[in-house]
Design a protein around this ligand. Structure first.
Ligand SMILES: Cc1cc2nc3c(=O)[nH]c(=O)nc-3n(C[C@H](O)[C@H](O)[C@H](O)COP(=O)(O)O)c2cc1C
Length: 184
């Protein structure tokens, strides 16, 4: 037997994305967004209502998407609870420092090791921000011996929409484009 839950945004694993933007004075801001994801090799959509972040994106047509990790979970949740419209010291309180992306006018949060640097392509249906990923930068501390991102060193967190929890990613269970071949 299966139980029906109606129309719900239940998709697992759901990443926790931290959207970085600059305001009109070059002040950095960050917000937490769970509703979004990759929609192509170099495209991402984030579904957002009106926030300081969306004001900033419309201003500079740019944003960064950093992946929240277990180490910075509290700060990542904080930037989803408090608006930069009301809290001047939002970034300081989160303990986040920033460096401007070399590719778009948007801040990279130094503390979060994996960042997608995006140019706004368009806003769909008034609230779905489609960005083109123009660069990805990764802190060397989470790179493995092969020079690529290592999930042994980087601990992204997952958002549980049902019970509003954050979870760690689990262990590797298989090989993509390979293990399925056993059934060919
Ligand atoms: C776990 C979590 C997920 C969130 N996901 C979204 C989202 O997908 N879209 C959205 O508009 N707001 C989302 N929010 C709410 C914003 O992060 C929040 O309103 C934030 O204060 C906006 O900050 P800003 O006004 O400084 O941009 C989420 C918050 C949390 C804690």
């Amino acid at each position: 037997m299966r139980k029906n839950f109606g129309a719900k945004p239940y998709l697992y694993p759901q990443p926790v994305m931290i959207i970085g933007t600059y305001d009109e004075n070059g002040k950095a801001n960050a917000m937490n967004a769970a509703w979004g994801g990759i929609v192509g090799a170099d495209e991402i959509i984030i579904d957002m209502s009106s926030h300081k972040t969306t004001d900033n994106i419309m201003l500079h047509k740019a944003f960064t998407v950093s992946v929240a990790d277990a180490e910075h979970m509290t700060a990542c949740d904080y930037v989803g609870l408090v608006s930069g419209r009301k809290e001047e010291k939002k970034m300081e309180k989160a303990g986040f420092t920033t460096t401007e992306s070399e590719f778009v006018h948007a801040p990279i949060i130094n503390e979060l090791p994996l960042t997608l640097e995006c140019r706004l392509k368009k806003v769909i249906d008034g609230g779905k921000y489609l960005g083109r990923i123009v660069n990805v930068s990764i802190d060397e501390r989470v790179l493995g011996e092969d020079g690529e991102l290592s999930l042994e060193k980087f601990s992204p967190i997952i958002f549980d929409t049902v019970h509003a929890g954050y979870y760690r990613l689990g262990e590797r269970v298989g090989n993509a484009f390979k293990d399925g071949a056993a059934l060919k």
